[in-house]
Design a binder for this molecule. Structure first.
Ligand SMILES: Cc1ncc(COP(=O)(O)O)c(C=O)c1O
Length: 451
């Protein structure tokens, strides 16, 4: 019964268009009127071979963590824009909706017999787009990057030992380590000429005997680095010298800006370095399929793969397999257009900050749809350090998160969740219509320029 009510509510909100978004999230978005005419039909969102990423797609009321999550935390009206959680706001590639619709016409949901077409899709996608030659039998399908990395940590890092993380880094790495009952050690990156770089000296110092795994996040969330071949080889060789296994998390591998190139760790021209690694990937960021619970990992070393497999069991779903398989097979054009759109959005963000928000520091993003903003000056101006404990916040950045919601309606992720070096920063997701981004930045600028 509750499902039916949920569906009706979604249908209502969809047909009400962005007016519902404005009401539910308290947004009066620029795109509201133009978007009100939108329907749920995919075809209406494509013209002249171009997908429409500009018209805001209403996600409010669909139990999505990006928009519906923060709304539960703040008094009605305070929260307006969900710019945190790493999911895209775009309507998904039409081929995905079509394939799912077709599968739903068959009314039986017993166990699935094969993932062969999915595996073929993974091989083809990685071969054609990224130049890495994968043996289908070396690919293990998983229900997320999380379960794969946790299995690897359990396998390679005995309880009480450590995984090394170059930070600021994805907050999930710290919870994966907790799930594996191991400790973490951060090697904080340095900003050199406006770009985050590994601190090689510090990194090597941190490679002590109790460090048994190193996470190489490429592209790096939240700093947006797309690591070069030289950087990957150097970090891979250092890890090998210190007997540390490399876990390459490449979930953002497709979301790379023009003039940058993602180099799969497994494609490096040093067999010993490659054989000392396991790679984790998915197209859940590429096609916004996070809730479809599908990912994979592989290693060129069968021994390493076996070790991870001992601790891994995937629970995948038929719909997830259908959605992911068709995305690999037919989604390429949609993604290329989405990626080009997000590249432009990064330019918009960079220019906006430079022109209108002089107190906010910006580091140029090379990949991912996240941006990591230096808000330390604004935090100092609003007294985040002095106030956070009194307000019951875990860190000054969490205080600032609340401050931003109350003063601009914009919800961002606190930098302190991303390890050492995240202080004074907030993470922002830019995978939205630029109409929404413009409203978000106008609201942010008004708030931060007023202190
Ligand atoms: C670097 C990185 N790894 C892993 C994940 C989570 O992956 P999954 O949802 O497949 O477990 C995310 C999600 O944002 C991420 O950014």
């Amino acid at each position: 019964m509750s499902n039916i009510v949920g569906l009706n509510r979604r249908a209502f909100i969809k047909s009400a268009g962005m007016t519902a978004l404005a009401g539910a999230a308290g947004v009066v978005a620029t795109g509201a009127n133009s978007a009100a005419a939108q329907t749920s039909s995919s075809n209406s969102r494509m013209a002249g071979g171009k997908y429409d990423f500009d018209t805001p797609y209403n996600r409010v009321g669909t139990d999505c963590s990006r928009w519906d999550g923060p709304a539960l935390r703040y008094p009605a009206g305070a929260f307006k824009y969900g710019m945190g959680v790493a999911s895209m706001d775009f309507e998904c590639a039409p081929c995905i909706t079509e394939a799912l619709t077709e599968r739903v016409q068959h009314h039986n949901w017993g166990y699935l017999s094969t993932t062969e077409p999915l595996r073929d899709g993974i091989v083809k996608w990685n071969g054609e787009r990224h130049g890495v030659d994968l043996d289908p039998s070396s690919i293990v399908i998983s229900d997320g990057v999380y379960p794969g990395v946790i299995a690897a940590l359990r396998s390679f890092v005995p309880v009480g030992n450590k995984v090394l993380i170059t930070s600021p880094a994805y907050s999930g790495f710290y919870s994966m380590a907790r799930a594996a009952r191991i400790d973490t050690v951060d090697s904080q990156m340095r900003i050199v000429n406006g770009r985050y770089e590994f601190d090689w000296e510090d990194l090597e110092q941190k490679m002590t005997a109790d460090v048994r795994a190193l996470i190489v996040c490429n592209p790096q969330n939240p700093t947006g680095n797309v690591w070069t071949q030289e950087e990957l080889l150097r970090i891979g060789r250092l890890a090998l010298e210190h007997n540390i296994v490399v876990l390459a998390d490449e979930i953002h591998s497709d979301v790379v800006r023009s003039k940058h190139k993602y180099v799969p760790f497994a494609s490096l021209k040093d067999a010993a370095v490659v054989n000392n690694s396991v790679s984790f990937n998915a197209i859940s960021k590429t096609f916004n399929l996070a809730a479809m619970k599908n990912a994979y990992y592989y290693s060129k070393s069968p021994t390493m793969l076996d070790r991870v497999n001992q601790f891994h069991r995937a629970e995948i779903s038929t719909l997830g397999v259908v959605a992911n398989t068709v995305a690999y097979q037919q989604g390429g054009e949609w993604f290329d257009q989405a990626n080009a759109y997000m590249d432009e959005s990064h330019n918009f963000v960079e220019n906006y900050i430079k022109e209108h928000m002089p107190s906010v520091g910006y580091t140029r993003n090379e990949g991912t749809f996240m941006t990591f903003l230096d808000v330390s000056k604004v935090m100092a101006a609003v007294g985040a350090e002095e106030q956070y404990k009194e307000h019951g916040n875990a860190t000054p950045e969490h205080y600032f998160q609340d401050w931003l919601v109350h003063n601009s309606g914009v919800y961002l992720n606190p930098g302190s969740d991303y390890g050492t070096g995240g202080e004074g920063h907030m993470r922002m997701n830019i995978a939205s219509s630029r109409m929404v981004l413009k409203d978000v930045f106008d609201a942010l600028a008004k708030a931060v320029n007023s202190v």
